[in-house]
Design a protein around this ligand. Structure first.
Ligand SMILES: *Cc1c(COP(=O)(O)O)cnc(C)c1O
Length: 477
């Protein structure tokens, strides 16, 4: 190799910087020290006209980026439902880049393809989904939803005598799309990308937790006549609520609809005997989207598109070319299950994380996070003026500040408390709108978070709230 010594120094510099950062995650503020505008002025400079030394570039990058780093790897980060980029997954990801495998087909990249095949089998076992399903390794649940719904769209039209792959949607029989009113925004985006329209859907009324109301669903699906897709979810983004699959599956089947499940994080409830019941019956669906970079703690980008009907999956996204050898019967080409051709070997990090944690380690992690969520919500609920608005069935807590009033004043108090918590930096949480009102959402899902970190964070939140409610502007608003 050209420049052996330089390569060693460059990789060492990256490892040293990475370790330094990871060692600091428990003690530094759980928020970026600098804003985007400040970081822009740090990063922006005239286009380099001449080569720069590799080691110096990596050191400069690590130094420059440090103060603008979001703390999702930290132990007290609860904003957004995102994993903590576990060190084992990260190391596997470094090797993935070092090996530089173009993971399109199994002839060209045998190890990358085989690691995916093995990891796909493990995923189906862990999540207890039909073992005949195919798994596409995509960038995240957004693209997983897209791939699954592409398969759904093609298959329901094929059953109606229409080939959407070849002929597109012009003149195709209309598809009825039924979706819960509290579905994740990215599912609507997937519908948009697929030509199905994010508004051209039948929205099903939901209950207080965001799960589809079964009588409303039954009534809507009884009206279906022709191709139909039902989109349900495990793990509502705010509340963590699950749709009721025991009732939904037979109703969808009876109508001949394709049932898709967005289970970006909630599908991992299947990995523990204590939460498995929440997703009872889900194996009766036709496709499932989930993430690796959430509860499995792989680095970004990692999501899985899982489809029971392998042929429908392959038909919807296969890319064929004369110079790409076709997989023989029984052989799996990674590209056949994703919209991309050239891409990184995502299977390595997934394989490494499952191998490292094992079935029992994954179950224990899910249980730990759910336990921390219950502990934190109990501590918060005991404080006057703090209200928990959801049933804490999983890892999600919906918090509201201000004596129970559903008013603009309560919205403002909640926003002020969030701002205070973020600037204190002891823990990090963000806001969302739930049922038309401002809330703070806590997602307990980072690998580093345990019960002590959860308690410390709940105390910080309570401290922030006590200060906010004393502020004169809060009282007069
Ligand atoms: C995070 C999430 C998504 C989107 O997943 P990405 O990994 O961000 O692409 C979709 N649905 C739900 C319920 C989610 O929590």
């Amino acid at each position: 190799m050209k420049g052996d010594k330089a390569a060693g120094r460059i990789l060492d510099a990256a490892a040293v910087a990475a370790l330094k950062f990871r060692k600091s995650i428990g003690t530094r503020p759980q928020r970026p020290a600098k804003s985007y505008a400040e970081m822009k002025s740090i990063f922006e400079s005239p286009l380099p006209e001449v080569p720069g030394d590799g080691e110096a570039v990596i050191k400069e990058l690590a130094e420059k980026a440090d103060e603008g780093l979001q703390m999702a790897t930290g132990p007290r980060f609860f904003s957004w439902v995102v994993g903590g980029s576990h060190i084992v997954g990260m190391a596997a990801d470094w090797l993935t880049s070092a090996w530089g495998q173009n993971t399109a087909n199994h002839h060209a990249a045998p190890s990358a393809a085989a690691a995916e095949t093995a990891a796909a089998g493990w995923l189906l076992e862990l999540l207890d989904l039909p073992r005949e399903s195919s798994v596409g390794f995509v960038t995240g649940a957004t693209v997983a939803n897209f791939v699954c719904l592409a398969a759904a769209r093609d298959e329901v039209l094929r059953n109606a005598g229409w080939n959407a792959d070849a002929d597109g949607l012009f003149g195709a029989p209309p598809i009825t799309v039924l979706i819960g009113d509290d579905a994740h925004t990215t599912v609507f985006s997937a519908l948009q990308f697929l030509g199905l329209g994010h508004d051209r859907v039948v929205r099903i009324a939901t209950d207080t937790q965001g799960a589809m109301q079964i009588p409303a669903f039954a009534e809507a699906i009884a009206k279906v006549n022709g191709p139909a897709i039902v989109i349900a979810q495990t793990g509502q983004i705010n509340t963590g609520a699950f749709d009721n699959f025991v009732d939904i599956v037979p109703l969808a089947k009876n109508a001949g609809a394709w049932l898709h499940v967005d289970g970006a994080f909630g599908l991992w409830a299947r990995a523990s005997s204590t939460t498995r019941h929440l997703a009872a019956g889900i194996e009766g669906a036709d496709s499932w989207a989930t993430d690796g970079h959430k509860w499995l703690q792989t680095p970004y980008d990692s999501g899985y598109a899982i489809v029971r009907n392998e042929l429908a999956h392959r038909r919807a996204v296969t890319i064929a070319a004369s110079y790409l050898p076709l997989a023989a019967e029984g052989e799996r080409d990674p590209t056949h299950y994703v919209p991309e051709l050239s891409r990184r070997a995502r299977g390595f990090a997934t394989w490494a994380m499952i191998k490292h944690l094992g079935r029992s380690g994954i179950a224990a992690m899910v249980e730990r996070h759910c336990h921390v969520a219950r502990v934190m919500s109990a501590m918060l609920a005991a404080e006057p003026g703090i209200e928990i608005l959801n049933d804490v069935v999983l890892n999600q807590i919906v918090v509201r500040f201000g004596s129970g009033e559903r008013t603009e004043r309560g919205d403002q108090l909640t926003r002020d408390t969030i701002t205070r918590i973020q600037s204190d930096g002891e823990c990090f949480a963000g806001g969302a709108i739930w049922r038309g009102r401002q809330i703070m959402r806590l997602s307990v899902i980072s690998w580093e978070t345990d019960v002590d970190e959860g308690k410390r964070s709940a105390e910080a939140i309570i401290r922030a709230w006590r200060i906010v409610k004393q502020l004169p502007e809060a009282r007069t608003q």
